[in-house]
Design a binder for this molecule. Structure first.
Ligand code: PMP
Length: 354
């Protein structure tokens, strides 16, 4: 291999996405998708695009979508940035906003894309250990000059930090960008969006992949002070990177506006989660307190990797992380339909009681 590109190959460690199996008979509880179809209004809006407008280019600025998101959160359009999934939004956030004089801080157990973006954009970072009980301790982030990012609730632990703690963090860090990645916030966690008008250094990212059931459409967004948003727009425009296509813009607008579907579906997922946790606790599993559409569980006398493998042999896929060692006993399980979760409990009962 040529020395020049082999340097790139060896210096970048790409993000490894969760498996997307090709067999449809599997019970797929490994990548935190929503088990229910999106709102009918989304499908209707996309059908209308197909009929009338696909010959036309999409709006490069997604203005109508930004307005729908701003209206939903009680903000103005200039406070909203949209991208192809929150992963793309985060890529622009790292590039535009997270290179400070001091290292960027994030937890040692968190979304594994963060160190990948740091590698890509040459950002120095420092990881902060979660506490004994896998929580983020704000006292470890009270530094004056480094940017900060973490998901709330955190992934893959599922644990949430109360808004009062986020506010304490913002008060202690007036000069550095604080990014709260709220990919899973709608499943029982307080959102920091209500703080963006008081803290100009706060940026909050959201996705339509989880609580709006649109992982396949690829829509995510960030909200914050208009200056932070403008920085993101300039970086994105400098790349001439892809606008959201017409389906994505139309579907996402309809999704943001169907409040009844949203409330009903997220409540359904939360109810199933509470039942699943209680069923697994009855089998001896320990679960971290979840505010997400997934749970993080371990069994005191069964190995996580072995359980994941044995479930796979029964056509049920969950997520297991070999590293870091502290979480290798755990399984991360996406909340599926009631029937899928019952099948999981049935399989685990056989595995841990036999
Ligand atoms: N943040 C976190 C914490 C996630 O787990 C995910 C999903 N893998 C994302 C962001 C990205 O989600 P999407 O690109 O589908 O919006």
């Amino acid at each position: 291999m040529s020395r020049y590109w082999s340097d790139v190959v060896h210096s970048l460690t790409p993000y490894v996405p969760g498996e997307q199996p090709k067999l449809s008979k599997l019970i797929k509880l490994n990548t935190n998708e929503n088990p229910y179809p999106p709102s009918d209004a989304v499908l209707e809006a996309m059908r209308a695009q197909a009929a009338y407008s696909l010959r036309l280019y999409p709006d490069p600025n997604s203005d109508a979508l930004k307005t729908a998101i701003a209206d939903y959160h009680g903000l103005i359009t200039a406070q909203v940035f949209v991208g192809n999934g929150s992963d793309e939004v985060l890529a622009h956030v790292f590039h535009a906003l997270l290179k400070h004089d001091e290292p960027l801080l994030f937890p040692d157990i968190t979304y594994s894309f963060y160190p990948v973006y740091c590698g890509l954009y040459g950002i120095e970072y420092q990881t902060i250990a979660l506490t004994e009980d896998f929580q983020i301790s704000v006292d470890d982030y009270l530094r004056p000059n480094g940017g900060i990012i973490f998901p709330n609730p955190n992934a893959p632990t599922s644990c949430a930090l109360p808004l009062t703690e986020i506010e304490r963090l913002l008060q202690a860090n007036p000069d550095s960008v604080v990014v709260i990645d709220e990919a899973y916030v709608d499943f029982g966690c307080e959102s920091a969006v209500q703080l963006v008008n008081r803290y100009p250094q706060l940026l909050v990212t959201h996705t339509l992949s989880k609580s709006r059931s649109l992982a396949g459409l690829r829509v995510g967004y960030a909200v914050g002070h208009a200056d932070l948003i403008e920085a993101l727009v300039r970086v994105k425009d400098s790349f001439n990177s892809y606008p959201l296509d017409r389906f994505a813009q139309a579907g996402a607008i309809a999704a943001m506006q169907d409040e009844a579907w949203f409330q009903q579906t997220r409540q359904r997922v939360i109810t199933t989660r509470e039942q699943l946790v209680s069923d697994l606790q009855a089998l001896g599993f320990e679960a971290l307190p979840s505010a997400a559409n997934f749970i993080f569980v371990r069994h005191p006398s069964h190995d996580g990797a072995a359980l994941a493998q044995q479930l796979r042999e029964r056509s049920i896929i969950v997520r297991h992380f070999k590293n870091p060692a502290r979480i290798s006993a755990f399984l991360r399980i996406t909340i599926g339909t009631d029937a899928e979760c019952n099948a999981l409990v049935h399989a685990l009962r056989e595995l841990v009681t036999s």
